[in-house]
Design a protein. Structure first.
Length: 336
């Protein structure tokens, strides 16, 4: 079983590629595959907005595509999808994701820094490893794996320590795991003590439109196999974002350090590739419904009940994961 992580050098390769080159490659693929109609007018402004960049890299990308003969100039502004000297009527359409055959979630240009990519990937690696045992992180090997400096690795590990995913004593190695049933119970005890009270305080400050959208999204997940990102958002929406208006920054910091139960859930669904349990979604939906009705006390009671049930489900998932083979981990993760 191989854990799905980013290629070891993707972070630095993507960062090294100039943004205009990423845009050029994307548009070139679209043009060569003839996925847009002949005569389509390509304008810097709309493309820059679509890619989330300034006009400069878009201008450079279009210029290179023009030099390659994939697009050409015409009497109007911008470029037109046509061969040089080809007579085509300009087709002015909105340059949208739909036009380029992309869904709303698919990124066009990855604008993260190499450090951000390393941090995200390390979080996946550590959270997976801690479920299957105790591991130490070899900083030097990690730096070679991601092709970054050790300082980048160290900074990422320090940020992940704040999330409770790794720990380090002075003059010792970074350690993660093992995540035990006792720790899971402790995490849920902390959350059950803090979250309901915070929800009562935050409830009056939560916008009804946002709550309605969360309820609709939660109900729409029934019967679906969710991605890791969707699962993470599902939990964060209820257990973090709903509580932030309470205004207690210290409490939110504590809650963010006790995310281990969510790690179990993510890995469980990721490895088994099954739809999320209906009971979980119904419990989330009930909390949102009570919040929409303005019944803060009942919403808090529903949240506490959900946490109690979630603890039982999480412990059962931990048992299931304990009999599965350990996923293949990067060589910088050394079993203790």
């Amino acid at each position: 079983m191989v854990m799905q992580t980013n290629p070891s050098h993707a972070a630095t390769e993507d960062t090294a590629a100039a943004r205009y080159e990423v845009i050029r490659q994307f548009l070139r693929h679209i043009l060569v595959a003839q996925r847009v109609p002949k005569g389509l007018v390509l304008l810097e402004g709309p493309l820059a907005q679509l890619f989330g960049t300034s006009r400069v890299p878009v201008r450079r990308a279009l210029s290179l595509l023009h030099e390659e003969g994939l697009i050409t100039r015409f009497e109007g502004r911008g470029f037109i999808v046509a061969q040089p000297d080809e007579e085509v009527e300009p087709l002015r359409l909105a340059l949208t994701r739909e036009l380029f055959g992309l869904d709303e979630q698919q990124p066009l240009v990855d604008t993260r820094t190499s450090g951000e990519k390393v941090l995200e990937n390390l979080q996946v690696v550590l959270s997976t490893a801690m479920v299957f045992g105790c591991y130490s992180v070899n900083e030097q090997k990690a730096a070679q794996y991601y092709n970054v400096s050790r300082s980048v690795i160290r900074e990422s590990l320090m940020r992940l320590r704040d999330k409770g995913l790794v720990e380090k004593e002075p003059y010792s190695q970074w350690l993660t795991g093992p995540l035990t049933a006792r720790e899971i119970a402790d995490h849920f005890e902390i959350r059950a003590s803090l979250e309901p009270a915070a929800l009562c305080k935050a409830g009056p400050h939560l916008p009804s439109a946002w709550l309605a959208s969360m309820l609709q999204k939660t109900q729409g997940y029934k019967g679906r196999q969710l991605t890791a990102a969707e699962l993470e958002l599902l939990e964060e929406d209820l257990h973090i974002r709903c509580l932030e208006p309470a205004g207690n920054k210290l409490m939110m910091q504590i809650l963010r350090q006790h995310q281990s139960p969510f790690i179990i859930t993510r890995i469980f669904y990721d490895l088994l590739a099954i739809p999320v349990e209906t009971a979980t979604l119904e419990e989330h939906a009930l909390v949102y419904d009570m919040l929409l009705k303005g019944n803060w006390a009942l919403a808090a009671a529903c949240l506490k009940d959900h946490l109690e049930r979630a603890q039982s489900r999480t412990l059962q998932r931990l048992k299931v994961l304990s009999v599965l083979p350990v996923p293949e981990l990067p060589d910088f993760m050394e079993a203790n």
